[in-house]
Design a protein around this ligand. Structure first.
Ligand SMILES: [Zn+2]
Length: 214
């Protein structure tokens, strides 16, 4: 993604107010633009201006580090939690345009049903299974637990009975799905900050590297 003149992009995108949530504390807020300026209205109805200089400083740091942790931005902006939530929202919108969908119970109460619907409608698709605590971490343990599968794989698509009501997207793991393995793998590298993503040795052994060019 190119972040050149991200502020202008946000002004246009948020000409209609959008409700968002910060990542860590799950605080709701509304982002909107008015006469060339962005504003944040928080859950207590306080309004603060989100200036171009804040956004530019944030983007410069983001491009340098790729970090999704607010503390890595605290020296450049007071609005890091909001800006990270905005980035995540924009990247989800862009992903959905490319056919990549994210199913995560804390972000969407219907994630489990929507995940099963996606599998049903995309039998030739691919699924990234990833621990919720793994976003942006890039650690070896996250690498061991993160895995790409085919839609039909029994590991991510089965009807066993589970004690947990949302076993696929409501527990420790969430899913990111798409019909292009290459695009999904790129997204997996971006969100985990890992160097490579494991492929399931039951369902993806037949997929050759050459399919990366699709
Ligand atoms: Zn598999």
């Amino acid at each position: 993604m190119i972040y050149r003149d991200f502020y202008q992009h946000l002004l246009e995108h948020f000409s209609q107010p959008v409700e968002l949530f910060t990542g860590v504390r799950k605080q709701g807020f509304t982002l909107y633009s008015e006469q060339g300026v962005l504003y944040i209205r928080n859950s207590k109805n306080n309004i603060r201006r989100l200036g171009r200089e804040d956004v530019d400083a944030f983007i410069a740091r983001f491009e340098e580090t790729g970090s999704v942790l607010p503390r890595d931005y605290q020296d450049v902006t007071f609005n890091s939690s909001y800006l990270l939530a905005i980035m995540k929202y924009i990247s989800n919108v862009n992903n959905e345009k490319m056919g990549i969908f994210r199913f995560y119970s804390q972000e969407n109460a219907d994630s489990e049903q929507q995940y099963h619907l996606w599998l049903k409608n995309n039998p030739e698709g691919y699924v990234l299974n990833i621990p919720k605590r793994g976003e942006g971490k890039g650690s070896a343990s996250v690498g061991d637990l993160t895995c790409l599968h085919a839609s039909r794989c029994d590991a991510i698509n089965n009807q066993r009975s589970y004690s947990q009501p949302q076993p696929f997207t409501g527990g420790d793991y969430f899913k990111v799905c798409g019909n292009s393995l290459a695009a999904l793998e790129d997204e997996a590298l971006r969100i985990t900050q890992l160097q490579s993503i494991r492929r399931c040795n039951r369902c993806l052994t037949q997929v050759k590297e050459s399919q990366r060019t699709d």
